[in-house]
Design a protein around this ligand. Sequence first.
Ligand SMILES: Cc1cc2nc3c(=O)[nH]c(=O)nc-3n(C[C@H](O)[C@H](O)[C@H](O)COP(=O)(O)O)c2cc1C
Length: 157
Amino acid sequence: MNKKALIVYYSRTGNTKKVAEELGEILGCDVEEVIDYSDRKGTKGYIKSAVDAIKKTKTKISTPKFNPEKHDIIIIATPVWASTMANAIRTYIMKYRYKFSKVAFLTTQGSSISEKAFTEIKELCQKEPISTCAISTKEIKQGLYQEKLNNFASEIK
Ligand SMILES: Cc1cc2nc3c(=O)[nH]c(=O)nc-3n(C[C@H](O)[C@H](O)[C@H](O)COP(=O)(O)O)c2cc1C
């Protein structure tokens, strides 16, 4: 690929991780997992995550391994929580957005659309994405997202 890409993802239950890592293989690029140090396990963690997403709070995240400034494009990958991004991704963007060059967005979610989430990520990054890709949990379960992911990858290359 011509551009140097970095995929930055957060995943609570593995869906976004699976898709982000597959995209990393297709693009042959750097992949950064953002760890959220808040306890988000189980039902309590689910409720806390929904409340945090609605409140748009920041959370304590891991120190990144990669410098986004050294990449031509940052691909932000997040699960949709309460129609917006997960708080770990919100925190990452707020901390490092001044280092972003081009951006693209990838979401996983229960429903088939995530327009509101894309709008919020775009506003937070203060950048128009070169491409977006929304993959539903149903598509992940049935393994029916390869074409979407390949199309997204070719728009990034
Ligand atoms: C707190 C919370 C809120 C969620 N809100 C939405 C939502 O508003 N819309 C939606 O389609 N899916 C929603 N979901 C479902 C997740 O987006 C979906 O399961 C996603 O693939 C999880 O990704 P992960 O396995 O990488 O954590 C929500 C999940 C959680 C935990």
